[in-house]
Design a binder for this molecule. Sequence first.
Ligand code: FES
Length: 119
Amino acid sequence: MLVITFDPEQFNFVAAGDESYFLLRLADGSRIMFKDRCAHRGSPLHLGCWDAGDNALVCASHQTRYPERALRRQGVPLIYRGGRVTVVLDVVTAPGEVRLVRKNILAQPDNPPTDSSGV
Ligand code: FES
């Protein structure tokens, strides 16, 4: 088990050993940290998109859907207090194997939708 505290304005992605996690900020302002691996075939979920109509994250590879309520239920334990996020990750790693990163989380609900047709 690994407990990490960080500023969510500075970082939104944690790489810990072989696992990685991304942070989503939902429409109500709450935050969820979720494992960056689709349950179907392992694609990185942060590269998916947010379907505002269904209130669900959609995997970019084969469109498996993760409704918001499932994300809330299956996300890693997270505490947001004083402008900082503390997460509890179910990984065992050496301290040097943990990296905090800022990424473009395409699945972020307030990201504009992308058009894969290129038009
Ligand atoms: S890998 Fe995500 S739907 Fe297939």
